[in-house]
Design a protein around this ligand. Structure first.
Ligand code: NCD
Ligand code: ZN
Length: 478
């Protein structure tokens, strides 16, 4: 028999993994899962919480959130964004660099680490990969960047997209470190020309946003980035997959052995072109919500693993920024980190996805792809006790006014949900309990750098030998 006293036992629930569900108790000690076993076999515990009839899921790992701090804290900050995550059953987020200033250098990453000190949940931080910061990439890695973000096309923040040449050199540098490069995979020039032509023709309705960004922008970008990844050995990740068409270059790259993963977001699964009239400018997001046939193809790819994971692209803006008569003036994106799990569990309740699939796409796959496995993404002894306890039958209605994000405009307003996270634990501590935020958990979140394992990738055709990337003197060198 075990001789320790657990800090907490979750008793009577159904533990879910990526390929199984079973009735088991879960014992937690010192922030880790100490034991998972048949009901009644757990050690003595300081506290026991009955979770009979509930699902015990690995907390969601969302590799795509925008928490806006520093620079746009009227939209969100690390306190509000991470509170929304805690309420939504999300225990780790990876936060994007299109803040102000953008996260382009080690100093800017350190400023973001400071802002993130108030996080309720664990986090990774993205460094920016841009045309003019190649000499900063090594410094960003050393300062603790957990992944990199490359904006191949224009989106909120108006960060210029890097040339293919700069991308190649950046991929060569980052392949040596193994960290994954996440791509906003929309080709810039196609969108710029189309947007200009539409605007000049006086077209400014919500659906014109979709017209300005046909799926070829994603096909081109995924194909090109995959070629660079294949050439250099760099690991890449396709953010917010929105179209059936881009699944083909993704599948082809995977078949060639490129280390490429992909995510989609609830809006691309649950909304389509038929929703533009109803939602108006609120639906504006990059890439755009497309046709019902695109959603169907992405659902299929999510079930069979071609699309590896679900993320949210949590992108809060104020009501004024979202509701504009001229579509080109409305900010793109909407909050999602609090609604992802309920929305997806509702689809599980409808039989569109199994709960095991959900554990795979929400936790296991992101943990594996971003080097957090085996410490996160699973409910097993030795792993962090990052857990979402879900009531699969609880029904609620999405109300923007009840969200914890500061940007309370969502296209899912009024959406009926079945299945809600009723407790969220991060490293053994409740950050949400009985649908209430645990205020004292503010600041409990930790950066994942110490547990992240991303071994160097195998450089394939890197040109490093000819020294095009010889270190240049740093701008701030004395
Ligand atoms: C995001 C934002 O607002 O930061 N907006 C969006 O439409 N998705 C940026 C992004 O991820 O493209
Ligand atoms: Zn994006």
């Amino acid at each position: 028999m075990t001789e320790y006293t657990a800090d907490l036992v979750l008793r009577g629930g159904t533990v879910v993994t990526g390929n199984a569900r079973f009735c088991a108790d879960v014992a937690i000690k010192d922030g880790l899962i100490a034991a998972v076993g048949a009901p009644g076999t757990m050690p003595a515990a300081t506290a026991v919480v009955d979770v009979t009839g509930k699902w015990v899921l690995p907390g969601a790992i969302d590799v795509h959130v925008h928490f806006r701090e520093p620079g746009y804290t009227h939209k969100e900050d690390w306190g509000t964004g991470s509170a929304a995550a805690a309420m939504g059953g999300t225990t780790t987020v990876f936060e994007m660099p299109n803040t102000h200033p953008p996260t382009r250098s080690a100093a800017e990453l350190r400023a973001k680490q400071d802002a993130a000190r108030k996080s309720h949940v664990d986090f990774g931080l993205y460094g920016l990969l841009a045309e003019d910061n190649l000499e900063e990439l090594e410094g960003l890695v050393a300062a603790g960047a957990n992944a990199f973000k490359c904006f191949m096309g224009n989106t909120f923040g108006n960060l210029p997209s890097p040339s293919t040449g700069a991308m190649l050199e950046a991929f060569e540098i980052l392949a040596k470190h193994g960290l994954r490069i996440s791509l906003h995979a929309e080709e810039f020039s196609i969108m710029a020309r189309r947007t200009q032509r539409l605007a000049e023709a006086g077209r400014n309705a919500p659906l014109d946003h979709l017209k300005a960004r046909p799926a070829i922008v994603a096909v081109e970008a995924v194909g090109r980035a995959a070629a660079l990844a294949e050439w250099t050995g760099a690991r890449v990740h396709v953010l917010h997959i929105s179209s059936a068409a881009e699944l083909r270059p993704l599948a082809e790259a995977k078949a060639r052995g490129v280390d490429i993963t992909g995510e989609t977001c609830p809006c691309y699964l649950l909304l389509n072109s038929g929703d533009y009239e109803r939602l108006g400018s609120v639906i504006r997001v990059n890439p755009p919500v497309r046709e019902a046939s695109d959603s169907e193809a992405i659902w299929h790819a999510l079930r069979n693993g071609l699309v590896d994971m679900i993320a949210t692209d949590h992108a809060p803006h104020t009501p004024e920024e979202k509701t504009q008569a001229v579509i080109w003036q409305a900010d793109c994106g909407f909050p999602g980190v609090e609604t992802q799990m309920p929305l997806m569990l509702t689809e599980v309740s409808k039989g569109r996805l199994t709960i095991e699939d959900y554990a795979r796409i929400s936790a296991e796959a992101p943990a594996r792809s971003f080097g957090l496995w085996p410490m996160k993404g699973r409910i097993a002894p030795g792993a962090h006790a990052d857990i979402a306890v879900v009531d699969p039958t609880r029904r609620e209605v999405v109300r923007a006014s009840a969200l914890h994000s500061r940007g309370r405009v969502t296209p899912f307003e009024g959406h009926e949900i079945t299945g809600v996270p009723i407790h969220t634990l991060v490293r053994g501590r409740f950050v949400q309990r009985d649908r209430q935020l645990v205020a004292e958990s503010k600041g409990w979140g930790r950066q994942v750098t110490d547990i992240q394992r991303m071994p160097p990738a195998q450089p394939v055709n890197a040109d490093l030998g000819i020294n095009v990337l010889a270190p240049r003197p740093r701008k701030d060198a004395a």
